[in-house]
Design a protein around this ligand. Sequence first.
Ligand code: BDR
Ligand code: CA
Length: 322
Amino acid sequence: MARRPVPVIMDCDTGVDDALALLLAVRHPGIELRAVTCVAGNTDVDGVVRNTLTVLERAGAPEIPVGRGAERPLLEPVRPATHAHGADGMGDLGLPAPSRGPADADAVTLLRREILASHRPVTLVPTAPLTNIALLLRTHPEVTRNIERIVFMGGAVEVGNATPVAEFNVWHDPEAAAVLLTAGVPITMYGLDVFRQVVVDAGEVRRLRASGDPGARLAGELLAYRPAAQGRPPGADEAGGLGDAGAVCAVADPEGLTTRRLPVEVCLAPGPARGQTIVDRRLGPGEAEIHHGERERPLVDVALEVDAERYARLYVETVGRL
Ligand code: BDR
Ligand code: CA
């Protein structure tokens, strides 16, 4: 018997790869996308709202409610990533402005409403700094009773990107990430270790770009996008990473991901490790625990390996409507 679609709410900073993630969430038959909330990250929050509405229109899902959320992180200043995502935050593709605006309700109100109204527990998929989610958990803690799991793109076991050890989404708002980890619901961390691995090859990107379907074509353009600073000769390899869309693959097809339940903490101290996700992969207690006892730390299902080909195929077949 076919599985019933999973009710999903995404929280994005759209964002080239957030846009890829939205296209997949809208089109995958195993996902019922109930709402999308927006937060400052890759670009300012109004740019994120505009980009999100544009993508949903292109994807053929103009009715999904979009909530405008936090303008800045809890403590940190805004630090956009337009050098990586373009001046408009979504690849400067010259897309027309969306024909509607966001919902009247702000992101936290919309999240609460949609989570509690869902007939089945919701899977939350944040692919952005976790400011909205932290505000939600602190304002309306009762929502956790109807959250099945949070699958977030963020963190890294090994190497960071914003700093040598910190990943952008966690680094942008470390306090918010720390609140998320202690939400008391099952959490999957889809971090940089797997995020970087899932790539759509050049032939498939070309095929998507040539599609007559606006959603598939947009996916092709986004996959082919490179920031100007990276420069690329015409006709060069157009393979493109799925990035945030891999976290949606992890909801649609959890068997493609290998996870281990491990203690994870966010470093909140000022200095070079701030924003690092410290993942404890030791096999037993160390001297710290032997002398001072175990500290309580949240357990998270950390993605350690991904079947990259499987997820790339899932993406192309779903968004390209094969
Ligand atoms: C994350 O940062 C953003 O640039 C991407 O959209 C992704 O969510 C990767 O560190
Ligand atoms: Ca993102």
